[in-house]
Design a protein around this ligand. Structure first.
Ligand SMILES: [Zn+2]
Length: 328
Protein backbone atom coordinates (compact mmCIF):
# COMPACT_ATOMS: atom_id res chain seq x y z
CA UNK A 1 0.00 0.00 0.00
CA UNK A 2 2.78 2.33 1.00
CA UNK A 3 4.52 1.81 -2.28
CA UNK A 4 1.56 3.02 -4.28
CA UNK A 5 1.34 6.07 -2.05
CA UNK A 6 4.96 6.90 -2.58
CA UNK A 7 4.80 6.30 -6.28
CA UNK A 8 3.23 9.53 -7.29
CA UNK A 9 2.94 10.13 -11.02
CA UNK A 10 5.93 12.47 -10.87
CA UNK A 11 8.15 9.90 -9.18
CA UNK A 12 6.98 7.21 -11.57
CA UNK A 13 7.98 9.43 -14.49
CA UNK A 14 11.46 9.99 -12.94
CA UNK A 15 12.03 6.27 -12.56
CA UNK A 16 11.03 5.60 -16.17
CA UNK A 17 13.42 8.33 -17.36
CA UNK A 18 16.23 6.91 -15.23
CA UNK A 19 15.69 3.41 -16.64
CA UNK A 20 15.69 4.77 -20.21
CA UNK A 21 18.90 6.68 -19.54
CA UNK A 22 20.51 3.57 -18.05
CA UNK A 23 19.57 1.51 -21.13
CA UNK A 24 21.08 4.14 -23.45
CA UNK A 25 24.34 4.23 -21.47
CA UNK A 26 24.59 0.43 -21.42
CA UNK A 27 23.91 0.32 -25.14
CA UNK A 28 26.72 2.81 -25.79
CA UNK A 29 29.11 0.76 -23.70
CA UNK A 30 28.30 -2.40 -25.63
CA UNK A 31 28.78 -0.63 -28.97
CA UNK A 32 32.13 0.74 -27.82
CA UNK A 33 33.36 -2.64 -26.64
CA UNK A 34 32.40 -4.39 -29.86
CA UNK A 35 33.74 -1.69 -32.10
CA UNK A 36 36.93 -2.63 -33.89
CA UNK A 37 38.26 -0.19 -36.47
CA UNK A 38 38.56 -1.72 -39.94
CA UNK A 39 42.08 -2.27 -41.28
CA UNK A 40 43.21 1.01 -42.72
CA UNK A 41 45.67 1.90 -45.45
CA UNK A 42 45.85 5.41 -44.17
CA UNK A 43 49.42 6.57 -44.73
CA UNK A 44 49.66 8.53 -41.49
CA UNK A 45 48.67 5.47 -39.46
CA UNK A 46 51.21 3.41 -41.35
CA UNK A 47 53.92 5.90 -40.52
CA UNK A 48 53.03 5.76 -36.84
CA UNK A 49 53.22 1.97 -37.07
CA UNK A 50 56.62 2.03 -38.74
CA UNK A 51 57.85 4.55 -36.24
CA UNK A 52 56.78 2.37 -33.33
CA UNK A 53 58.53 -0.59 -34.88
CA UNK A 54 61.87 1.11 -35.29
CA UNK A 55 62.07 3.16 -32.12
CA UNK A 56 63.18 0.89 -29.28
CA UNK A 57 62.08 3.03 -26.29
CA UNK A 58 58.68 1.70 -25.18
CA UNK A 59 57.64 4.94 -23.48
CA UNK A 60 58.16 6.98 -26.61
CA UNK A 61 55.00 8.89 -27.47
CA UNK A 62 55.00 9.46 -31.21
CA UNK A 63 54.15 12.93 -32.30
CA UNK A 64 53.86 13.63 -35.96
CA UNK A 65 54.68 17.18 -36.89
CA UNK A 66 53.50 16.36 -40.38
CA UNK A 67 51.19 17.89 -42.83
CA UNK A 68 48.89 15.12 -43.99
CA UNK A 69 48.41 16.97 -47.29
CA UNK A 70 51.29 15.46 -49.35
CA UNK A 71 51.18 12.10 -47.57
CA UNK A 72 47.66 11.37 -48.70
CA UNK A 73 48.85 11.49 -52.29
CA UNK A 74 51.28 8.62 -51.66
CA UNK A 75 50.31 5.28 -53.06
CA UNK A 76 49.66 2.82 -50.19
CA UNK A 77 51.82 0.32 -52.08
CA UNK A 78 54.83 2.43 -51.15
CA UNK A 79 54.13 1.89 -47.48
CA UNK A 80 53.69 -1.84 -47.88
CA UNK A 81 56.90 -1.96 -49.86
CA UNK A 82 58.78 -0.02 -47.22
CA UNK A 83 57.52 -2.19 -44.37
CA UNK A 84 59.48 -5.19 -45.57
CA UNK A 85 62.80 -3.37 -45.43
CA UNK A 86 64.56 -4.57 -42.30
CA UNK A 87 66.92 -1.66 -41.79
CA UNK A 88 66.40 0.84 -39.02
CA UNK A 89 65.86 4.47 -39.95
CA UNK A 90 66.90 6.68 -37.09
CA UNK A 91 64.32 9.42 -36.97
CA UNK A 92 60.72 10.06 -37.90
CA UNK A 93 61.99 12.34 -40.69
CA UNK A 94 64.08 9.46 -42.08
CA UNK A 95 61.01 7.23 -42.13
CA UNK A 96 58.92 9.87 -43.87
CA UNK A 97 61.67 10.63 -46.40
CA UNK A 98 61.98 6.97 -47.25
CA UNK A 99 58.24 6.49 -47.55
CA UNK A 100 58.01 9.41 -49.92
CA UNK A 101 61.03 8.51 -52.02
CA UNK A 102 60.64 4.73 -52.20
CA UNK A 103 60.15 3.44 -55.73
CA UNK A 104 56.98 1.49 -56.40
CA UNK A 105 57.74 -1.98 -57.69
CA UNK A 106 55.45 -4.08 -59.71
CA UNK A 107 54.32 -6.90 -57.46
CA UNK A 108 55.31 -9.50 -60.04
CA UNK A 109 58.96 -8.40 -60.16
CA UNK A 110 61.17 -9.93 -57.50
CA UNK A 111 64.03 -7.93 -56.05
CA UNK A 112 67.13 -9.02 -57.99
CA UNK A 113 70.79 -9.46 -57.12
CA UNK A 114 73.79 -9.83 -59.40
CA UNK A 115 76.83 -11.57 -57.90
CA UNK A 116 79.99 -10.98 -59.90
CA UNK A 117 83.18 -12.79 -58.96
CA UNK A 118 86.14 -11.22 -60.74
CA UNK A 119 89.91 -11.79 -60.75
CA UNK A 120 88.88 -15.28 -61.87
CA UNK A 121 91.27 -17.80 -63.41
CA UNK A 122 94.62 -16.95 -61.78
CA UNK A 123 94.05 -18.87 -58.57
CA UNK A 124 92.93 -22.01 -60.42
CA UNK A 125 91.87 -23.96 -57.34
CA UNK A 126 89.70 -21.27 -55.78
CA UNK A 127 88.32 -20.31 -59.20
CA UNK A 128 87.16 -23.91 -59.61
CA UNK A 129 85.50 -23.72 -56.18
CA UNK A 130 83.64 -20.59 -57.33
CA UNK A 131 82.45 -22.43 -60.46
CA UNK A 132 81.10 -25.19 -58.17
CA UNK A 133 78.77 -22.72 -56.40
CA UNK A 134 75.08 -22.74 -57.43
CA UNK A 135 74.55 -21.61 -61.04
CA UNK A 136 73.67 -18.07 -62.02
CA UNK A 137 76.79 -16.18 -60.93
CA UNK A 138 78.60 -13.80 -63.27
CA UNK A 139 82.28 -14.72 -63.50
CA UNK A 140 84.90 -12.29 -64.84
CA UNK A 141 88.15 -13.92 -65.95
CA UNK A 142 91.49 -12.19 -66.28
CA UNK A 143 92.64 -12.62 -69.90
CA UNK A 144 96.13 -13.75 -68.85
CA UNK A 145 94.92 -16.61 -66.62
CA UNK A 146 96.44 -19.99 -67.38
CA UNK A 147 94.47 -22.47 -69.43
CA UNK A 148 91.83 -19.79 -69.80
CA UNK A 149 89.77 -21.45 -72.52
CA UNK A 150 89.23 -24.67 -70.57
CA UNK A 151 88.49 -22.82 -67.32
CA UNK A 152 85.89 -20.53 -68.91
CA UNK A 153 84.25 -23.33 -70.92
CA UNK A 154 83.72 -25.25 -67.69
CA UNK A 155 82.27 -22.20 -65.94
CA UNK A 156 79.82 -21.60 -68.75
CA UNK A 157 78.79 -25.23 -68.81
CA UNK A 158 78.06 -25.00 -65.07
CA UNK A 159 75.48 -22.29 -65.77
CA UNK A 160 77.38 -19.08 -64.99
CA UNK A 161 77.59 -15.97 -67.17
CA UNK A 162 81.05 -14.99 -68.37
CA UNK A 163 82.80 -11.63 -68.56
CA UNK A 164 86.33 -10.54 -69.43
CA UNK A 165 88.00 -8.79 -66.50
CA UNK A 166 90.00 -6.20 -68.45
CA UNK A 167 93.10 -4.82 -66.67
CA UNK A 168 93.08 -1.02 -66.53
CA UNK A 169 95.59 1.43 -65.10
CA UNK A 170 95.24 2.13 -61.34
CA UNK A 171 96.17 5.40 -59.60
CA UNK A 172 98.73 3.63 -57.41
CA UNK A 173 102.13 3.03 -58.99
CA UNK A 174 102.80 0.15 -56.62
CA UNK A 175 99.81 -1.97 -57.65
CA UNK A 176 100.51 -4.44 -60.42
CA UNK A 177 97.53 -4.71 -62.76
CA UNK A 178 99.14 -7.54 -64.80
CA UNK A 179 101.09 -7.91 -68.02
CA UNK A 180 98.89 -6.17 -70.59
CA UNK A 181 97.20 -3.07 -69.23
CA UNK A 182 95.17 -0.27 -70.81
CA UNK A 183 96.80 3.01 -69.79
CA UNK A 184 95.96 6.71 -69.99
CA UNK A 185 97.87 8.42 -72.81
CA UNK A 186 98.70 5.17 -74.54
CA UNK A 187 99.14 5.40 -78.27
CA UNK A 188 95.82 4.56 -79.94
CA UNK A 189 97.11 1.53 -81.83
CA UNK A 190 98.76 0.04 -78.73
CA UNK A 191 95.61 0.64 -76.69
CA UNK A 192 93.46 -1.04 -79.36
CA UNK A 193 95.84 -4.01 -79.56
CA UNK A 194 95.83 -4.66 -75.81
CA UNK A 195 92.04 -4.42 -75.69
CA UNK A 196 91.69 -6.76 -78.69
CA UNK A 197 94.10 -9.27 -77.13
CA UNK A 198 92.07 -9.26 -73.92
CA UNK A 199 88.77 -9.72 -75.72
CA UNK A 200 90.23 -12.51 -77.88
CA UNK A 201 91.59 -14.54 -74.96
CA UNK A 202 88.46 -16.72 -74.76
CA UNK A 203 84.91 -16.69 -75.97
CA UNK A 204 81.40 -17.27 -74.64
CA UNK A 205 81.37 -14.03 -72.62
CA UNK A 206 78.80 -11.23 -72.98
CA UNK A 207 80.40 -8.26 -71.23
CA UNK A 208 83.44 -6.88 -69.41
CA UNK A 209 84.33 -5.12 -66.18
CA UNK A 210 87.46 -3.27 -65.16
CA UNK A 211 90.28 -4.88 -63.17
CA UNK A 212 91.62 -1.97 -61.04
CA UNK A 213 91.35 1.07 -63.35
CA UNK A 214 91.00 3.84 -60.76
CA UNK A 215 93.06 6.01 -63.14
CA UNK A 216 91.82 4.81 -66.53
CA UNK A 217 88.10 4.99 -65.74
CA UNK A 218 88.47 8.71 -65.00
CA UNK A 219 89.80 9.34 -68.52
CA UNK A 220 87.18 10.20 -71.12
CA UNK A 221 89.38 9.47 -74.16
CA UNK A 222 90.33 6.03 -72.89
CA UNK A 223 86.79 5.15 -71.87
CA UNK A 224 85.44 6.31 -75.25
CA UNK A 225 87.91 3.94 -76.96
CA UNK A 226 86.81 1.06 -74.77
CA UNK A 227 83.11 1.75 -75.37
CA UNK A 228 83.52 1.98 -79.14
CA UNK A 229 85.04 -1.49 -79.14
CA UNK A 230 82.33 -2.90 -76.83
CA UNK A 231 79.61 -1.40 -79.00
CA UNK A 232 81.03 -3.05 -82.14
CA UNK A 233 81.13 -6.41 -80.32
CA UNK A 234 77.71 -6.02 -78.72
CA UNK A 235 79.09 -6.32 -75.15
CA UNK A 236 78.01 -4.66 -71.91
CA UNK A 237 80.18 -2.82 -69.40
CA UNK A 238 80.02 -3.19 -65.60
CA UNK A 239 81.86 -0.40 -63.81
CA UNK A 240 83.67 -2.04 -60.89
CA UNK A 241 83.70 1.48 -59.47
CA UNK A 242 87.21 1.49 -58.13
CA UNK A 243 87.04 5.31 -58.03
CA UNK A 244 84.15 7.65 -57.30
CA UNK A 245 84.93 9.93 -60.27
CA UNK A 246 84.60 7.23 -62.90
CA UNK A 247 83.28 8.46 -66.24
CA UNK A 248 82.76 4.94 -67.56
CA UNK A 249 78.97 5.06 -67.12
CA UNK A 250 78.69 8.39 -68.96
CA UNK A 251 80.88 7.21 -71.82
CA UNK A 252 78.97 3.93 -72.09
CA UNK A 253 75.69 5.83 -72.29
CA UNK A 254 77.09 8.13 -74.99
CA UNK A 255 78.26 5.14 -77.02
CA UNK A 256 75.00 3.23 -76.54
CA UNK A 257 76.69 0.42 -74.58
CA UNK A 258 74.47 -1.34 -71.99
CA UNK A 259 76.04 -0.71 -68.60
CA UNK A 260 75.63 -0.83 -64.82
CA UNK A 261 77.70 -0.08 -61.78
CA UNK A 262 78.78 -2.06 -58.73
CA UNK A 263 76.91 -1.32 -55.51
CA UNK A 264 78.72 -3.49 -52.93
CA UNK A 265 82.16 -5.09 -52.61
CA UNK A 266 81.70 -8.38 -50.76
CA UNK A 267 85.20 -9.00 -49.44
CA UNK A 268 87.08 -5.73 -49.01
CA UNK A 269 88.19 -7.27 -45.73
CA UNK A 270 89.15 -10.93 -45.76
CA UNK A 271 86.86 -12.06 -42.91
CA UNK A 272 83.65 -14.07 -42.73
CA UNK A 273 82.04 -11.26 -40.70
CA UNK A 274 82.73 -8.71 -43.42
CA UNK A 275 81.36 -10.98 -46.16
CA UNK A 276 78.25 -11.70 -44.13
CA UNK A 277 77.64 -8.00 -43.44
CA UNK A 278 78.17 -7.19 -47.12
CA UNK A 279 75.68 -9.86 -48.21
CA UNK A 280 73.11 -8.40 -45.79
CA UNK A 281 73.78 -5.02 -47.40
CA UNK A 282 73.19 -6.56 -50.83
CA UNK A 283 69.81 -7.86 -49.66
CA UNK A 284 68.79 -4.51 -48.23
CA UNK A 285 69.72 -2.71 -51.43
CA UNK A 286 67.83 -5.23 -53.55
CA UNK A 287 64.71 -4.96 -51.37
CA UNK A 288 64.88 -1.18 -51.37
CA UNK A 289 65.74 -0.47 -55.01
CA UNK A 290 64.76 -3.71 -56.75
CA UNK A 291 68.37 -4.47 -57.77
CA UNK A 292 71.81 -4.80 -56.18
CA UNK A 293 75.10 -5.54 -57.94
CA UNK A 294 77.90 -7.03 -55.84
CA UNK A 295 81.49 -7.90 -56.68
CA UNK A 296 83.54 -10.48 -54.82
CA UNK A 297 86.73 -12.44 -55.44
CA UNK A 298 87.91 -16.06 -55.35
CA UNK A 299 88.67 -16.02 -51.62
CA UNK A 300 87.77 -18.75 -49.13
CA UNK A 301 85.63 -16.41 -46.99
CA UNK A 302 83.66 -15.30 -50.05
CA UNK A 303 83.15 -18.81 -51.37
CA UNK A 304 81.98 -20.08 -47.97
CA UNK A 305 79.76 -17.03 -47.45
CA UNK A 306 78.08 -17.47 -50.83
CA UNK A 307 77.69 -21.22 -50.40
CA UNK A 308 75.59 -20.57 -47.28
CA UNK A 309 73.80 -17.47 -48.56
CA UNK A 310 72.77 -18.32 -52.13
CA UNK A 311 70.28 -21.06 -51.15
CA UNK A 312 68.50 -18.64 -48.78
CA UNK A 313 67.53 -16.20 -51.54
CA UNK A 314 64.47 -18.08 -52.73
CA UNK A 315 62.71 -17.91 -49.35
CA UNK A 316 63.50 -14.20 -49.16
CA UNK A 317 61.83 -13.66 -52.53
CA UNK A 318 65.09 -12.43 -54.05
CA UNK A 319 66.18 -13.55 -57.50
CA UNK A 320 69.79 -14.15 -58.55
CA UNK A 321 70.28 -12.88 -62.09
CA UNK A 322 73.32 -12.55 -64.37
CA UNK A 323 74.72 -9.09 -65.10
CA UNK A 324 73.28 -9.11 -68.62
CA UNK A 325 69.81 -8.83 -67.04
CA UNK A 326 70.79 -5.84 -64.94
CA UNK A 327 72.44 -3.57 -67.52
CA UNK A 328 70.58 -0.69 -69.12
ZN1 LIG B 1 90.20 -7.24 -60.43
Amino acid sequence: MKIFKVLTPLRAASIVLAVVALVIVLDQLVVKRDYAPPPSHDVTEAIVAVERDVIPTPDFAPSLPLSTEPLQTVDPAVVVDEDIIPHEPETVDDVVDELLSAPVHHAATNPRVVIIIDDMGVDVKRSAAVVDLPAGLTLAYLPYASNIKAQTAKAKEAGHELMVHVPMEPMSQTKDPGPEVLRVGQDEAAFAQILQDGLNAFDGYVGINNHMGSKLTQDKTAMARVMTELKSRNLYFIDSRTIQNSVAGDMAREAGVPHASRDVFLDHENTAEFVSKSLAQVERKALKDGLAIAIGHPKDVTIEGLRAWLPTLKDKGIELVPASQAVK
